[in-house]
Each structure stands twice: as structure tokens, then as C-alpha cells.
Design a protein around this ligand. Structure first.
Ligand code: ATP
Ligand code: MG
Length: 263
């Protein structure tokens, strides 16, 4: 992987959701291997930004505007699904109720939501998905249907779906929401391992405790504007975070992780 090339380049993107203008000429570039956290309060535009990358939303067509993903301004959806692993609340909300734990993970190999009759599942795919369930400690969920799982169990199956095809990039939207402490720590271990193996993490969140130590760059998003973009140490401090969230915050750091407290 060439670490100098941006895998994501957004130039002058204006994005509407219904009548609401979320971004007005947004610019953001992320290099291969540059683990990045985008932090911002509720409604800042974080999930909208990720939907631009997964092509669930498109910017307004303008001459000097473009989005390039993995070097292409018109990437195929199938390429995006193959090369980007995604975990988000939206995916969880929209996932199909009847799909079992094993099939959720296998669906990651097909880039689909759920599995359908026309899709051929090979023994090799089943074995691979079973291994992932086992590694995540959720083999007991293999036959359980999505609707019959707890929130955290659903989230872990979706993490399995995101990693089973070993994509180079991971897009994580508040990934530990709904996970208990043990599951959060297990998830973080897993994500750190991916980062250390050269995969690129792009995390959007308002929970600073889910920022893995491997993240080096932090971007602040507020009311649809990228207001700060700097090294993590320069932004994860009392002053900067209090301004971002418009409330007094105190930060503590331990072993590369951060935790926020009311000040
Ligand atoms: N379908 C929609 N129609 C109109 N406005 C929308 C729609 N979806 C989102 N918005 C608005 O777009 C803005 C950005 O929403 P987005 O979901 O990207 O925020 P977010 O940063 O992910 O927030 P959160 O931390 O709550 O998840 C918000 O003001 C929201 O109200
Ligand atoms: Mg969101």
C-alpha cells in the first residue's frame, strides 16, 4: 500500500439531506494508513460524511467538486463493499431480522445486507465466517436470528461482517455504542490489531473513549464545518474539547486511551 496516496479525497462537497444543507463545500483528504477520528457533537454531520464515502448519499454536482475513493472518482459499489469494512448504527437499524449470526458474517463476503436465495455460499465461506465468529467469541450466535440478539450481540456480528473479507479500510460510526465494557474492550483489541496490521481506520464518534491509541489524526466537525484538523495530542485536551461540545470537559489519558468528565 502506498502511504502517500489519499484513499479518500473530498473536494468542495455540498450535501443536502432533504431540504437541509449539511455540508457547504466540504474538503477532507485522508491518506492510506492514516488512522483518523472525526469528532463532533450530535447533528454535526458525522454520519452524513460516512454516507458520502459509502455512496448512500451524493454531493451536489458542481464543476470544481469531486469525491475520490481509493483513487477513483467513480468507484463501483462492489469495490467499496469489498475494500471497506463498515460498522454503524444505521446498518444495525436496517439489518434484516431473520438473518442468523453465521449468515450475517457471510454477508460481508458478498457485500450484501443479508443473504438471498440466488447467492451461492461455499463451504470455504462458511468455514471462514465460522472462524471469525469463533475469534470474536460469539460462535454461540451462529444460528441465532438477528432479531433475537441483544444490541451488543448484533453489533459484534456486524463487526464480524466488516472484517471477514479483510478489507484495507474500516469506517466506524460510533462503533462501541451498545457494547458492554468487556465487549468494548474486546472490540478495541480487534480494531487495534487491524490498525497495527496496516489497515486504515476512519472513526466518527462523539465518544472519546472509543478512539484507539493508534489514531494519530483528529478532525473536529461542527455544524457541517471541519473546524480543526491536527495531531491527536493537539486536540484531545480540556480546552479544545470543551469548545467543540460547548460544555466544560476534563480529559484524562491512560495507556493511549482518553476519557471525558464533566468539569
Ligand atoms: N433525512 C434527513 N432529512 C433532513 N435532515 C437530515 C436528515 N438526516 C439528517 N439530517 C440532518 O443532517 C444533520 C447531520 O446529521 P448526521 O446524522 O450526519 O449527524 P451526526 O453528526 O451523525 O449526529 P449524531 O452524533 O447524533 O449521530 C443534522 O442536523 C440532521 O438533523
Ligand atoms: Mg451519527
Amino acid at each position: 500500500m502506498n502511504n502517500n496516496l489519499p484513499w479518500l479525497h473530498i473536494k468542495n462537497a455540498t450535501v443536502y439531506r432533504a431540504d437541509y444543507k449539511v455540508f457547504d463545500r466540504l474538503n477532507l483528504s485522508v491518506k492510506n494508513g492514516q488512522h483518523t477520528a472525526i469528532l463532533g457533537p450530535n447533528g454535526a454531520g458525522k454520519s452524513t460524511l460516512l454516507k458520502l464515502i459509502t455512496r448512500e448519499l451524493y454531493p451536489r454536482v458542481e464543476e470544481d467538486s469531486m469525491i475520490s475513493i481509493m483513487g477513483s472518482t467513480r468507484p463501483l459499489l462492489s469495490d467499496i463493499r469489498t475494500h471497506i469494512g463498515m460498522v454503524s448504527q444505521d446498518l444495525q437499524n436496517n439489518y434484516l431480522h431473520h438473518v442468523t449470526g453465521l449468515d450475517i458474517v457471510i454477508s460481508g463476503l458478498h457485500g450484501s445486507i443479508g443473504l438471498w436465495k440466488h447467492q451461492t455460499i461455499t463451504a470455504e465461506q462458511s468455514a471462514k465466517a465460522t472462524t471469525v465468529l469463533d475469534q470474536l467469541g460469539i460462535l454461540h450466535l451462529a444460528d441465532r436470528r438477528f432479531i433475537e440478539m441483544s444490541t451488543g450481540q448484533q453489533r459484534f456480528c456486524l463487526l464480524g461482517r466488516a472484517i471477514v473479507h479483510e478489507p484495507d479500510h474500516y469506517i466506524l460510526d460510533e462503533p462501541t455504542s451498545g457494547l458492554d465494557l468487556r465487549a468494548t474492550f474486546e472490540y478495541l483489541d480487534r480494531i487495534r490489531e487491524l490498525a497495527q496490521r496496516g489497515k486504515t481506520l476512519l472513526l466518527v464518534t462523539h465518544h472519546i473513549h472509543e478512539i484507539p491509541p493508534e489514531v494519530e489524526r483528529v478532525v473536529f466537525l461542527k455544524e457541517g464545518q471541519l473546524i480543526k484538523d491536527d495531531a491527536k495530542d493537539a486536540l484531545l485536551n480540556n480546552n479544545e474539547l470543551s469548545q467543540l461540545f460547548d460544555t466544560p470537559i476534563e480529559i484524562e489519558q491512560r495507556n493511549g486511551f482518553y476519557q471525558a468528565f464533566p468539569s
